[in-house]
Design a protein around this ligand. Structure first.
Ligand code: FNR
Length: 420
């Protein structure tokens, strides 16, 4: 009713309600390179298209005369009642969309009480986002790095920042073949940082310090502060062109720090050697629930259960990693069947509105992650844009539920749909 009342009072929305119009508005709001990064997928973007086509193969089958005047959108997830079945999927380098980046997203998520998965590649340290969210739900998404010391540190910080769960993303141990980014001369360090979790981390600072010291014959022990690290990355990004704007930058220029910082980051960023056996380490680092994101095959879902995970996120990273790959919605039922209700199964990749969320739930998802739509809202209108986009998903979902003749999420099931 908030959406309709605003409309009837002649208040125009801050961001377009229609997804196509939203995407076009986002394209106008940011640089060509930034839009390539936000919107692009792997290869010929066939997986991206498949994600959408999979939704088109299912149709909601409405029922009538069922008193839907009271509707309950809530679900239970990880032992907590949640107001809606939505979450915000992790989006790294959000500064490409808006300077307030993750903090703006956190504020919007908190305002709507929708859990937010803080990205490992965030543009703002998780502690800042946590502060902006107060007591509202956030989870931390981990990219398992080659340094277990660093992994443990991120996880400890997530716990201290009030994150309710650790979500390990497993589909990005190598960066996908991102054609639009390649055409835009993709260089993460020239286009935005997404390294705030690293530059704010004491273990990362120590790794950089050790590297500098080793390079200097083991004698020098530079003091590596978060400001200095951030400056080092800026310098490495901009080459020698950076004006000397502050002491940190000058100090970084005088030292081999920029190089050491970049090399350390590249060394630790990913760990393609990771296997199932490594997951047990997480249990030593934290008591928080552990979820795996990027699971598509039922056999992997079964392995995940064998390794005691607390939840699965069925996702193909929005079609950004493997092209010509299985659509996320198509992978869902196989995973759901194998999991057999033992842990929650969250779906993302291709969700563009409330009706899509309804279909995902009917195909067996416990909850649904929003990705690109909210980051487009961020690009167009900052925190307000994110809030409107997410609110629109909730509003459309509420209407779809009622118009389909359902009173609660629990009533959504296989019978709510037919194959197109
Ligand atoms: C992502 N995604 C992502 N996933 C993750 O685990 N960590 C990350 O840092 C990022 N970063 C990221 C950046 C951008 C610009 C996009 C679009 C996506 C994947 C994300 O969490 C989610 O799986 C997809 O966005 C879902 O697909 P759709 O709905 O956006 O198509």
């Amino acid at each position: 009713s908030e959406v309709y009342r605003a409309g009837l009072s002649g208040i125009r929305p801050a961001v377009p309600v229609d997804f196509g119009a939203l995407e076009r508005a986002a394209r106008k709001a940011v640089s060509t390179e930034a839009f390539a990064y936000l919107a692009g997928g792997a290869g010929a973007e066939a997986t991206m298209a498949a994600n959408r086509a999979a939704f088109a193969r299912w149709q909601i089958w409405p029922r009538v005369l069922r008193d839907v005047s009271e509707r309950d959108l809530s679900i239970e997830l990880l032992g907590k009642k949640r107001a809606t079945p939505f979450m915000l999927s992790p989006i790294g380098v959000a500064e490409m969309a808006h300077p307030e980046a993750d903090v703006a997203v956190g504020r919007a998520a908190a305002a709507l009480d929708v859990p937010y998965l803080l990205s490992n590649q965030a543009s703002r340290p998780m502690e800042e986002v946590a502060a902006a969210m107060g007591s509202r739900s956030r989870w931390f998404q981990l990219y398992w790095s080659a340094s277990d010391q660093l992994n443990a540190s991120f996880v400890r910080r997530a716990e201290a920042s009030g994150c309710e769960a650790i979500v390990v993303t497993l589909d990005t141990h190598l960066l996908g073949w991102r054609t639009r980014d390649l055409d835009a001369a993709y260089l993460p360090f020239t286009r935005g940082q997404g390294i705030a979790q690293y530059t704010s981390d004491p273990v990362f600072a120590e790794l950089v310090r050790q590297r500098v010291a080793a390079g200097a014959g083991g004698g020098a022990r530079p003091k590596v502060t978060p400001t200095l690290l951030a400056s080092a990355f800026s310098i490495a990004r901009a080459g020698a062109r950076t004006p000397l704007v502050d002491g940190g930058v000058r100090a970084a220029l005088r030292s081999p720090l920029p190089r050491a910082a970049i090399e350390t980051f590249l060394d630790v960023f990913s760990n393609p050697a990771l296997t199932w056996g490594d997951l047990a380490k997480l249990r030593e680092w934290t008591k928080l629930p552990v979820l795996l994101k990027g699971v598509l095959h039922p056999d992997d879902a079964a392995q995940a259960l064998d390794h005691g995970v607390d939840g699965i996120v069925v996702s193909n990273h929005g079609g950004r990693q493997v092209d010509d790959s299985v659509a996320s919605l198509d992978a869902l039922p196989g995973v759901v069947e194998r999991v057999g209700g033992r842990v929650p199964v969250i779906l993302d990749s291709g969700v563009r509105g409330g009706a899509d969320a309804f279909i995902a739930l009917a195909r067996g998802a416990t909850a649904v992650g929003i990705g690109r739509p909210y980051v487009y809202g961020l690009a167009v209108a900052g925190a307000t844009g994110v809030r409107e986009v997410v609110r629109n998903h909730i509003a459309e979902f509420d209407l779809t539920l009622g118009l389909a003749g359902h009173r609660s999420v629990a009533e959504i099931g296989p019978d709510s749909l037919r194959a197109a």
